[in-house]
Design a protein. Structure first.
Length: 95
């Protein structure tokens, strides 16, 4: 058995790596639970998947000239659809 001295980490390096990992974990947790509230008072989930869904809805709205779309907002019980205007969807995505 041989020790590779060049690959050993100091306590400071280990602490620094732990601090970075903790920061990344906290940041991801904040991103996963992000919610935006638009000017009409409706709240929308703003995690990465929800932002993609908002973008897809905007594409649909523009391609089909739709004024309103049913949406499950963050401030209403899960699964209950609320009518949102195209402008509301666009504003939520922008925030």
């Amino acid at each position: 058995m041989s020790i590779k001295w060049g690959t050993l980490k100091t306590a400071e390096q280990i602490e620094q790596e732990a601090a970075i990992a903790n920061f990344k974990s906290n940041r991801q947790s904040q991103l996963d639970s992000a919610i935006v509230t638009i000017s009409t008072g409706k709240s929308f989930d703003a995690d990465e998947k929800s932002i993609t869904r908002l973008h897809n809805a905007i594409t649909y709205i523009k391609e089909h000239n739709v004024a309103e779309i049913p949406w499950s907002t963050a401030d209403v019980d899960s699964g209950i659809m609320v009518t949102c205007s195209a402008d509301e969807i666009i504003e939520a995505h922008r925030l």
